[in-house]
Design a protein. Structure first.
Length: 372
């Protein structure tokens, strides 16, 4: 009997800490493996990503609910709840986790059609996080400011996920992207079959391919689009160049459907992401500067893990954006010659011409299996 009571008390003490760390671990796993799904046909990897994708939201939802239940006991004298005075500071991090990672917003195309459900979830979870703030405001004022910066990051990242899901939904497949993407790409070169010409053509035409996914035919598009898709495509002499263009176009469409890539090709998305970067760094600095003698070492370690992990992933996101072909195209369109050459050299190292953009395997339907 005494052993069972001890185990219950131990679980009550560590439950939220372990759940917060589990949520962070799942996000870290999705961040580094989400992008590999396009290049890999490994079934174990895809199954692991599927489990993490489904479990991440459930864990974050449940943990945020558990933190909200602490209420007044978060500062009580109970040795198993009063020690967790930093728990309210973890609530906005769970909003950040619910916002998902840049490398995966949807596991299948059906997930995109549920964007409205995520919008309702955002309202509920933001209200819940605000409730946690309100319950803890009187005793944790010194951490209220850094918590608000993380809270802003969480709202923006959740909004980014909803935006990306909506953009990949069936109703938006036929839509065009912003003028930022349409107008800030370099002009197509008259020289053909160079790798840079292939990349430039694929970036410019990928948005037109979205129309095919929505059921549009070539004759339903404008003359300029038909010329670019048909006649200009025929100017590439080598078959390998044409196959590379199709490979890149499909990779770009995959990123538009299943990641947050499209957000970084708009001014609004770029500005909000800068706000996320700045807010994360400011929250880390403010927490580091605060006095922490009244908090337990375990809670401080968990908080530093969340802050350092978030800052690290934001830093990696910046690097990923810099080495993407869109960054090179943006600079080339503005005639920043030395920066264009630098970014192109980096892109060539990360994604050389001979490296595939996909898994080099294609699923096939077996007619015999449906008969026997």
């Amino acid at each position: 009997m005494q052993l069972s009571i001890t185990l219950v008390q131990l679980w009550n003490e560590w439950e939220i800490r372990l759940l917060v760390l589990l949520s962070f671990t799942l996000q870290l796993f999705l961040f580094f493996t989400g992008g590999r799904r396009r290049r890999s046909s490994n079934k174990l990897l895809r199954f692991s990503i599927w489990l993490a994708y489904l479990g991440a939201d459930m864990i974050a939802f449940y943990t945020l609910g558990q933190i909200s239940r602490l209420g007044d006991s978060i500062n009580s004298r109970d040795p198993f709840t009063g020690t967790m005075s930093l728990a309210f500071f973890w609530a906005p991090f769970l909003l950040v986790h619910l916002g998902g990672q840049d490398t995966i917003t949807a596991f299948s195309s059906e997930d995109n059609n549920l964007w409205l459900r995520h919008f309702l979830n955002l309202l509920v979870e933001v209200s819940l996080a605000l409730y946690v703030f309100w319950k803890s405001m009187g005793n944790n004022n010194q951490l209220l400011v850094p918590a608000m910066f993380v809270f802003v990051s969480g709202i923006i990242k959740y909004w980014e996920r909803i935006w990306a899901l909506k953009y990949g939904s069936k109703t938006d497949l036929n839509s065009t992207t912003s003028n930022y993407e349409n107008n800030q790409l370099p002009l197509l070169s008259v020289e053909q079959d160079r790798y840079c010409d292939i990349v430039c053509y694929a970036l410019r035409t990928a948005r037109y391919i979205r129309g095919f996914l929505a059921g549009r035919a070539t004759f339903q598009m404008g003359h300029e689009i038909r010329f670019t898709l048909v006649e200009y495509f025929g100017r590439f002499a080598e078959h390998g160049a044409k196959l590379k263009i199709i490979e890149m176009e499909l990779a770009i469409i995959y990123d538009d459907l299943y990641t947050k890539a499209v957000l970084f090709r708009t001014w609004t998305g770029s500005i909000f992401r800068c706000v996320v970067h700045i807010s994360t760094v400011v929250a880390f600095v403010l927490f580091y500067a605060n006095r922490k003698e009244s908090y337990s070492r375990v809670d401080i370690a968990v908080t530093y893990a969340l802050l350092i992990g978030s800052t690290f992933m934001e830093l990696v996101s910046i690097i990923m954006a810099m080495v993407s072909p869109w960054a090179w195209a943006f600079l080339k369109a503005r005639n920043f010659h030395w920066l264009t050459n630098l970014f192109w050299s980096i892109f060539n190292i990360v994604q050389p011409e001979k490296r595939l953009w996909w898994s080099d395997s294609m699923g096939q339907y077996n007619l015999l299996r449906s008969i026997f």
